[in-house]
Design a protein around this ligand. Structure first.
Ligand SMILES: Cc1cc2nc3c(=O)[nH]c(=O)nc-3n(C[C@H](O)[C@H](O)[C@H](O)COP(=O)(O)OP(=O)(O)OC[C@H]3O[C@@H](n4cnc5c(N)ncnc54)[C@H](O)[C@@H]3O)c2cc1C
Length: 291
């Protein structure tokens, strides 16, 4: 690891000024569970380590009528132990509570998971299906990008030079809705997803018909994907319509564009996209019925 400077700004403005003034490479630090490994072993070299954890907006975890505000440096453990998340956003518990280990969950943040932009990241699908957005700050002010548009390619996000992710926002859940996330790994824990999927559904007042649905899949394409065709296949259909469910699964299989690597083959990942989509939809419907 090379020598570098360290700064822990106490406001967004101070962080943006430091980013603006630095001529070399800046490593933005949230939990460091990806970044420190990249500095130690991955050959990444930086001139300044910019720690976000003293910026109040980056560590806030709040809920109001606008929805859930997840500061970008808030740890996964803080997220899944927040009572509002447990009661209103269980799909966030699904994903944040399976990342790495307890130690990783206590350090690693959702913001870091997004900005690392791994195709196999576990938190984006849940945020995408729940209509989440990324609040980005930079020298030209603040802007919001819907979560599905934040990912540009492996390791590449919509962040421009001088910008940082300050928060992820998710609207309040509507009545009779539910969301669910799951992944496939060959081991029980401490592994990277071979494939993952999330679903959200809104049911009618009788809880017999799906009014709308959103499906997202991960680790099966260069970025996490919102599969609009899968959601469309379910809209207006009965909750027990198996043909509609299979159409949604087929849409995910069609959208998947994976690679073969040490974790899985193209064929396995395409197959898993359908299987996990079906299970995520069933889980989301069950939660909507119980809501
Ligand atoms: C043992 C182990 C197991 C893991 N298991 C999983 C797993 O099961 N699922 C999974 O998805 N991931 C897993 N990971 C990866 C990692 O823990 C997660 O991606 C974690 O959420 C990263 O968060 P962080 O706060 O530690 O990010 P950091 O390491 O601090 O940052 C990650 C990257 O994003 C940049 N960055 C961070 N925050 C911002 C910001 N606000 N604005 C701009 N850029 C920013 C950093 O500069 C860096 O490039 C694992 C890692 C380890 C070491």
């Amino acid at each position: 690891m090379n020598a570098f400077d360290y700064a822990a700004p106490r406001s967004v403005d101070e962080a943006i000024s430091l980013l603006d003034a630095e001529n070399g490479d800046v490593g933005i630090l949230a939990g460091g569970t990806d970044l420190i490994a990249q500095l130690k072993e991955g050959g990444r070299k930086i001139d300044l380590l910019l720690d976000l954890k003293r910026i109040p907006e980056a560590t806030a975890l709040t809920f109001d009528e606008a929805g859930l505000h997840i500061g970008a440096a808030t740890s996964c453990a803080q997220i899944y132990t927040f009572d509002v998340v447990q009661s209103l956003y269980p799909a966030l518990v699904d994903c944040t509570s399976l990342i790495g280990s307890i130690q990783i969950q206590n350090r690693g943040s959702m913001g870091g998971n997004f900005c690392n932009a791994s195709p196999a990241a576990d938190t984006p699908p849940s945020v995408i299906v729940q209509g989440g957005a990324c609040r980005i700050v930079g020298p030209n002010g603040a802007r919001e990008v819907v979560a599905e548009d934040f990912f540009v390619g492996p390791g590449q996000s919509a962040l421009q030079p001088g910008e940082l992710l300050i928060a992820i926002r998710i609207p309040p859940p509507v009545a009779n809705s539910g969301a669910f996330f799951l992944r496939f790994i060959p081991r029980n824990e401490m592994d990277i997803a071979v494939a993952n999927a999330a679903a959200s559904v809104v049911l009618d007042a009788d809880k017999t018909t799906i009014l709308s649905a959103r499906i997202a899949i991960g680790a099966v394409a260069p970025t996490p994907l919102l599969v609009a065709d899968a959601g469309a296949a379910l809209a207006g259909k009965a909750v027990d319509d198996e043909d509609a469910l299979e159409a949604a699964c087929a849409a995910s299989r069609a959208a998947a564009n994976p690679i073969s690597d040490m974790r899985g083959t193209i064929e396995q990942r395409v197959h898993l996209s359908g299987v996990l989509t079906g299970r995520a939809i069933r889980g989301a419907i069950q939660r909507a019925k119980e809501s």
